[in-house]
Ligand binder design. Sequence first.
Ligand code: NOJ
Length: 548
Amino acid sequence: MISQRNDARHWWRDAVIYQVYVRSFLDSTGDGIGDLAGVRAGLPYLKKLGVDGIWLSPFYPSPQHDHGYDVADYRDVDPVFGDLGEFDLLVAAARRLGIRVLLDIVPNHCSSEHPSFREALAAPPGSAARARFHFADGRGPDGSEPPNNWHAMFGGPAWSRVTEADGSPGQWYLHMFTPEQPDWNWRNPEVPAYFDQVLRFWLDRGVDGFRIDVAAGLFKHPGLPDSPDPEADARTRDSVNPLAWNQPEVHDVWRHWRAVCEEYTARDGRERLLVGEVSVPTAREHARYVRPDELHQAFFFDLLSAPWDVDAFRKVISEAIQDIAGTGSTVTWVLNNHDQVRTVTRYGEPAPEGSGLGAARARAAALLMLALPGAAYIYQGEELGLPEVVDLPDDVLTDPIFRRTGSRARIRDGCRVPLPWSGQASPFGFTQEAADVKPWLPQPEWFAEHATDRALADTRSFWHLYRDGLQLRASLPQLGDGTLRWLDTPPGILAFSRGDGLVCAVNFGTAPTPAPVAGEPLLTSGPCPPGVLAGSTAAWWITDGTHD
Ligand code: NOJ
């Protein structure tokens, strides 16, 4: 039996959190960009869906070079998205509905327009202002080569050269993402002290926790030595340069942040949550981030990156549970987010277009994820079965990766297209219908099929599957936190039991197979004749317990 420690229950251990990509959720002002008032207006919809909380993508003042992951002011709201008053209204409305609110905090880097970075640019080499970032002299006789050979995640060198106050070519600064996102120097005590204030600012405003961007970043290897494989990060688009990421000192930061959260919990009993975006090479390494005094959760991305293959799924699920169980945390499952091709499209390839295979598999994966022990994150539009918009014209793409890779990598715009809410034509209720108003990314005509009004009216929709799954998850003690036991199954079938008699099975093949459990299923991801588990389908059953 693979089991997770069944600690005292904490809400986050098996919470289902909905990721709101604010600029694409709902626009209340008619500028074609979603905003906080739009999120507030959408809360009843999310309540109906049954999520426990929302994670808001960055809405802070930002020049938006990386859609808000370039923060110019960590303690305010960008006017495009509203203001602090609107933020407070959103938190209050969510609290009334019992929906928790997580913010996205970006501690690895800021915007090149952040006042501290501007001050550093204006200050001389060796100054206290520059010491908050990674400024260094260049190599070569005239300093015209970067201080080391690292490449940025989004392509190109990880260093940019500045012009000094006297107009001469000057030092270089480090940016592991775009040049507009200088990395903070966490070895400088002013930086952790500053983020302390940021955390407290939002905790004082009532938030329930934070999603932490690039949580395996922050510290770089002392001395910033050359990397043996400098292009590894850009090539894999994973943070694998062992000198730039996952340094041991980062764990002290998470211990401190955890203590700050607990301080707030001690005041009012409300448990705050830290969930890290932790990209590290192994599940074991990942587990180090969720030790009892560090982050509560860390997204487990291996499920998201697994191909649609029964053995791959079984392996990543087993490893995650095994390695994370020992920490006292639970696994944090995720299938979609704002950086990834949506499951319907990902699992559909290379199936012929229109075969419906990607959608069937995405539905099955959803039921699988919701049956696994631990917490789950849903990315907006996932509950509508939105496919990726793969044919956006080049001139509308805004993802810096596209620009930084010389237009080679079209990765992240297609999953960020504004949501369709109603009607037959763009803007599908996302923003006002007016000749001069356009959603910030164009919505294809076929979004009509996925609009929420249609989804809610059709009991066979993705929406109903997610809603039913969430309702059952909330009411059945077997689901959520707890244990998992694999069941013996024929090739191509994955099945496990949860607690006292709940079985989840997934048919990874395309041909129907006899159902591994007798009796009528509680929920299926697609139509199944009696006694059969259809191809590319998942189902849940309550059994008499003989499978435990
Ligand atoms: C991870 C975020 O999810 C992504 O959208 C962002 O571009 C990078 N971190 C850099 O902040």
